[in-house]
Ligand binder design. Structure first.
Ligand SMILES: C[S@@+](CC[C@H](N)C(=O)[O-])C[C@H]1O[C@@H](n2cnc3c(N)ncnc32)[C@H](O)[C@@H]1O
Length: 299
């Protein structure tokens, strides 16, 4: 990844702004996400007021809807994945989580919006230093809640364990909900495995991870939609190549190898959007199958 603020993070933020003007989108988008994103982009200097107006114009909405042919469903999918992550974070807090850790946060506003609502929960964000610096400027201008901490680190270079060890308010025993939204495809496989392995060491059995991932094509490369090769090539040109993908049918084995088990999504909730798959994992290996077909439980 180049040492420049992430362009894909900006793309997601523009997408969310435009989607928030689409009739009916407020039925599933998290409340207040459009306004908070606009404020963050302007106060961080990532976008001008004029650009915000463009993002909220009808013609940009039409353009995005046309461009959706490149990654079918992804325009609405970005909003669905925001809704998925927020629902899972709220669900985990209701179930006892006292720490929220958002990895590769970009211009996401979940922590900033939820921190005042849950003053007893500690919120942490980690992003690559080039993007984290811009985000920190914006959050400072908007007012950083005391229970929100922004951490600048390259997760492809430095192990999560080391990053969190140096964060004084991080409590490794607290029940935690971690979010990796639109991040894992940018990390090399060893870094992804390391991340899951280390997260599995935190916070007791209640600790959860909500994440999104892309599938793998028959040629072994990430599946970026019907124009996959062109899309992957353009991501390389942007300096943000996709490096990791996983066939959805391999997910259970992958999680189990790394100390996690999949948690079923609530009934009726989308399990993907556009070209991405959404998943929730909880610490602990899945119940082992025994010959009788009766499952035995493991911690
Ligand atoms: C597509 S953006 C998604 C941003 C945000 N999660 C969202 O969905 O709005 C990918 C994010 O991952 C971050 N990222 C990519 N590689 C990273 C790395 N090696 N270490 C930390 N963050 C990284 C980028 O800086 C960027 O903010």
């Amino acid at each position: 990844m180049r040492d420049k603020p992430s362009r894909t993070a900006l793309k997601v933020a523009y997408n969310i702004l435009s989607l928030s003007t689409k009739p009916g989108a407020d039925a599933f988008l998290p409340a207040g996400i459009g306004d908070a994103t606009a404020r963050l982009l302007v106060s961080s200097g990532a976008a001008s007021e004029r650009m915000i107006r463009v993002c909220r114009s009808r013609w940009l909405l039409r353009l995005y809807e046309r461009l959706d042919r490149v990654m079918p469903g992804q325009f609405v999918g970005f909003g669905q994945r925001k809704a998925f992550c927020e629902r899972e974070v709220r669900r985990a807090i209701a179930d006892g989580a006292t720490q929220v850790l958002v990895l590769g946060a970009g211009y996401d506003t979940l922590c900033w919006r939820l921190a005042p609502e849950f003053p007893d929960v500690r919120f942490f964000e980690i992003d690559h230093p080039a993007t984290a610096a811009v985000k920190a400027r914006g959050i400072a201008a908007m007012g950083r809640p005391d229970n929100l901490q922004l951490i600048a680190e390259d997760l492809a270079q430095r192990a999560l364990e080391d990053v969190l060890k140096g964060t004084s308010s991080w409590d490794r025993d607290a029940i935690t909900v971690a979010v990796a939204e639109g991040l894992l495809m940018y990390l090399p496989e060893p870094a992804v495995r390391e991340l899951f392995t280390q997260l599995a060491g935190y916070g007791g059995p209640g600790t959860r991870l909500a994440f999104t991932h892309v599938g793998t094509r028959d040629d072994g490369r990430p599946d970026a939609g019907p124009r996959s090769r062109l899309t992957l090539w353009s991501l390389e040109l942007m300096g943000e190549p996709w490096r990791w993908s996983l066939r959805p049918e391999r997910l259970d084995d992958f999680l189990s190898e790394l100390g996690w088990r999949r948690v079923p999504a609530p009934e009726g909730a989308p399990t993907g959007g556009g070209i991405e798959h959404f998943a929730i994992a909880q610490r602990g290996r899945p119940a082992a199958r025994v010959e009788t077909g009766v499952a035995s439980s493991s911690p």
